[in-house]
Design a protein around this ligand. Structure first.
Ligand SMILES: Nc1nc2c(c(=O)[nH]1)N[C@H]1C(S)=C(S)[C@@H](COP(=O)(O)OP(=O)(O)OC[C@H]3O[C@@H](n4cnc5c(=O)[nH]c(N)nc54)[C@H](O)[C@@H]3O)O[C@H]1N2
Ligand SMILES: Nc1nc2c(c(=O)[nH]1)N[C@H]1C(S)=C(S)[C@@H](COP(=O)(O)OP(=O)(O)OC[C@H]3O[C@@H](n4cnc5c(=O)[nH]c(N)nc54)[C@H](O)[C@@H]3O)O[C@H]1N2
Ligand code: SF4
Ligand SMILES: [Mo]
Length: 759
């Protein structure tokens, strides 16, 4: 099935999502230019945290009040801009409904009865409960979790000091699979150079709604300035699909077939980069033999993407190579076979030899790497604060008992395993949960199971800025200062060259809120673990990071974002030439003017492992990338998929006034043919149900979706009483998604089957 762009636009409105790009205004003042406000205005350079992309910002303060947020103009990749959410930071900051005081639950879990208490009392309650669990069941019976990105180091440090191995980020609900696939193949994470790409193949990487300013702008730049061709495989007509040269409404969960068929064509039509494969790749022959069966015709039968287009696209991709890429996406939860899916995507990139080439994939050049090539300290290397003599932890993590999961630990664990451990004592029972900046009742899948697990726990603390849907079930809720009210550690944001940036307090904290660095240290002290928290405040840590260099810290605070040296891609002769010119002691280039001979891979063979003995040993039968059939729904159900809206962040911003005003509800996208069969008209109230749950909402009838698939923007329909601007508005996606832990990657799954009826 293929709709070309013109016929689609003729036949349909763009749907609810049509305003996404228009919302990418430079901050909430919109038309007001920088410098137009008079009075005692100051600009503070800092870092956005309206989502975990963490863009560099410049926040304007007038009379002690934050009035607008723009992008930091010094961070060129980000274009000096923020998205709609980034521009709404002060709406969150000054929201009367945000948390300003610790809360103690005095009713049943979820009942909404709270008492404000002082911090000292909160710490005492936490210490009593956690130490009691520790004494009775061991420290491992307490799980600690936080979305990674900001401050998670402090809560995880508390976990270590307490003695629990069970720390979790959001990885298994989001990026885990692509990170693990990259580790298995390249030996570590790779980045994508969208801005310089001439040909981009995109499998549902929703960059014009699921925004990452640098990548979103990179892709826009490639499309508008460089004439790049964008080919999009997406079950629905997303904004990215709308802006694409070609859109294929692929069947959910079948992307792997198209990626494998493209490899088939690249190899069989002799279009792949033999020299690259010879120099850098191990396991090519096994992979080549495996993909013989994956013809474009085979892929068409499974994915609905025409074989002739797959062939042509493979040829076009090869013609644009190496300045071309197949995007490995972001939220890797489309199928339980994400390990095969993301590896199949990397395999195509390997075959076109785009590593360390403009428009392809590359490794981040952090200061230590960059300086080695430069033969001098071109960029300061930050010191990593560590604490000696932490307690030895002997208990196993609850999620890594099976050897197939061995590659997961470093990437954040299998978050949903907390539910299994709590409800089924698998491999042992979790009884306490300390969480920060995470809202699993909305974002984990199978809301009912999250509720059941929380109801079974002895003690739960949630640190948040709102009483999130999850926090509503906690015993204590700790109010963190928002990102505009706190200083943080210096962060590394290196890409082709080293760069750092730092979050700074923009205004003084409102109410009785504190930052993670203080909260988790004070909990540690209350638990009797004070010796493991040697830092006094954030400045001590920042100075330690700079190797006690106040001038460097001052520069970082002044500019907010500082980059060093020149962009370097090791197989680009032009860049290497600039680099050696800039650094007189630089490592000499190879005969061809590049650093191609210096590329190393942190894998057992020291090469890119297209097929891998190590993976085979961890997960039998998976050493070679292959297609594995999946069953995502029952025959009489529709596929149910989700995505981000440009207006909100995950399960986080639906109560932020400005954003709630822009969008407070989602709708279920249904194809007209399907709607007709179900007797559903646009705007009708509908019931959506399956074996996991049941939801009510309304229908958006649009041809911008496959007839066998329905779609909703995620994060809506909170069932908590406290989030008054979000409660009960829209379809709660997590309530319809089954509890799944995928092989090898441990990912949960966001695609399922649903039935729909008119109410
Ligand atoms: N059905 C479905 N589920 C999904 C997805 C999907 O597409 N569909 N997407 C998945 C993805 S990609 C991700 S990354 C996860 C994200 O899910 P989570 O990891 O749960 O993260 P968020 O929803 O972004 O935010 C979590 C909480 O952080 C709080 N918060 C915001 N700022 C601060 C702060 O400064 N301090 C503290 N302490 N708390 C703060 C918010 O109020 C919110 O309650 O969801 C996943 N879940
Ligand atoms: N505005 C905004 N920006 C965000 C976020 C946000 O919540 N709001 N969250 C941030 C986070 S945490 C992340 S991870 C990124 C998310 O970045 P992305 O992963 O790019 O975005 P999503 O919208 O979650 O989902 C991807 C798209 O995949 C499509 N899709 C679903 N199933 C399939 C399938 O089987 N095959 C194919 N080809 N496509 C499929 C969906 O329709 C959706 O458009 O965005 C980040 N930026
Ligand atoms: S993408 Fe938007 S919300 Fe996320 S950090 Fe950047 S500006 Fe903030
Ligand atoms: Mo994510």
């Amino acid at each position: 099935m293929k709709l070309d762009r013109r016929t689609f636009i003729k036949g349909a409105g763009i749907g609810t999502a049509g305003c996404a790009l228009a919302t990418m205004l430079p901050g909430t003042l919109g038309a007001l230019e920088r410098g137009q406000l008079n009075g005692s205005a100051t600009e503070v350079a800092s870092i956005c945290e309206m989502c975990s992309t963490r863009c560099p910002i410049s926040a304007r303060v007038v009379n002690g009040k934050n009035v607008s947020i723009l992008g930091n103009a010094k961070a060129k990749d980000f274009g000096g801009a923020v998205c709609a959410r980034g521009g709404s930071g002060h709406s969150q900051l000054y929201d009367k409904q945000r948390l300003v005081k610790p809360l103690k639950r005095i009713g049943a879990r979820g009942e909404g009865k709270w008492q404000q208490i002082e911090w000292d009392e909160a710490y005492q309650i936490i210490a009593n409960n956690l130490n009691q669990i520790k004494a009775q069941y061991g420290p491992e019976a307490v799980a600690f979790s936080s979305k990674s990105g900001s401050n998670h180091g402090f809560i995880f440090h508390l976990a270590k000091a307490f003695g629990s191995p069970n720390t979790f980020t959001h990885a298994s609900t989001c990026p885990g699979a692509y990170a693990i696939a990259a580790k298995a193949m390249y030996g570590g994470s790779v980045k994508r150079d969208l801005a310089d790409s001439k040909y981009i193949i995109n499998f549902g990487h929703n960059l014009y709604e699921g925004i990452n300013m640098a990548e979103t702008r990179g892709m826009m730049h490639a499309q508008t300035e460089k004439g790049a061709k964008l080919v999009v495989f997406e079950p629905r007509f997303s904004i990215v699909a709308d802006k694409a040269d070609e859109w294929y409404a692929i069947k959910p969960g079948t992307d792997v077939t198209v990626a494998l068929a493209i490899s088939h064509v690249l190899i069989n039509d002799n279009l792949y980069d033999r020299e690259f494969v010879q120099q850098y790749v191990s396991g090519f022959d096994e992979f080549a033999a495996e993909v013989q069966q994956y013809t474009p015709e085979w892929a068409e039968a499974i994915s609905d993407v025409p074989a002739k287009d797959i062939r042509r696209i493979a040829h076009e991709l090869a013609a644009a190579a190496p300045h071309a890429l197949m995007d490995f996406g972001h939220r890797a939860t489309f199928t339980p076979e994400e390990f095969e899916m993301r590896r199949a995507i990397y395999a195509v990139n390997v075959l076109i030899g785009n590593l360390e080439r403009k428009g392809g994939l590359y490794f981040a050049k952090k200061a230590s790497t960059y300086n080695k090539f430069a033969g001098e300290t071109a960029a300061p290397v930050l010191a990593k604060p560590g604490v000696k003599d932490l307690p030895k932890i002997s208990a196993p993590r609850i999620d890594l008992v099976d050897k197939q999961f061995a590659m997961i630990a470093a990437s954040g664990g299998i978050y949903q395993s907390i539910l299994d451990a709590t409800l089924e004592a698998k491999p042992y029972q979790i009884r306490g949960w300390v969480m920060s900046r995470t809202n699993p009742m909305q974002t984990m899948t199978d809301r009912a199971r999250v509720v059941a697990a929380m109801n079974k726990m002895d003690f739960i603390v949630s640190c948040d800025i709102y009483v999130s849907e999850t926090a509503a079930y906690a015993d204590l809720v700790l109010p963190e200062s928002t990102y505009l009210e706190r200083d943080e550690e210096i962060a590394d944001i290196s890409s082709k060259n080293p760069a750092y940036y730092v979050r700074q307090k923009v205004v003084e904290p409102i109410g009785d809120t504190r930052a993670s660095i203080q909260i988790f240290k004070e909990i540690g002290v209350a638990l009797g673990l004070g010796e493991y928290f040697p830092w006094d405040n954030i400045e001590t840590l920042q100075l330690f990071q700079t190797g006690n260099n106040p001038a460097l810290l001052q520069q970082l605070k002044q500019d907010g974002y500082v980059s060093y040296g020149t962009p370097l891609m090791l197989r680009e002769a032009g860049m290497v030439k600039q680099f050696t010119k800039a650094h007189s002691n630089a490592v000499a280039a190879d005969a061809d003017g590049t650093y191609a001979s210096h590329i190393k891979f942190n894998t057992p063979t020291g090469k890119i492992e297209l097929s891998s003995a190590k993976v085979e040993q961890l997960a039998e039968g998976r050493g070679v990338i292959r297609y594995r059939e999946v069953n995502l729904k029952k025959a009489d159900e529709l596929f149910f998929i989700q995505g981000k809206t440009a207006i909100h962040t995950n399960g986080a911003t639906h109560n932020v006034p400005m954003l709630a005003n822009l969008m407070s509800d989602n709708a279920m996208w249904i194809h007209p043919v399907t709607a007709n069969l179900l007797n559903i008209a646009n705007g009708d109230r509908i019931r959506i149900y399956n074996d996991t749950g049941s939801e009510e909402g309304h229908a958006l009838v649009t041809p911008g979706i496959r007839p066998d698939t329905v779609f909703a923007y995620m994060g809506f329909g909170s069932k908590n009483k406290e989030l008054t601007r979000a409660t009960g508005k829209g379809i709660h996606c997590g309530n319809l998604l089954p509890h799944v832990t995928s092989p090898v990657t441990g990912m949960n799954l966001h695609t399922t089957g649903v039935k729909i009826e008119k109410i």
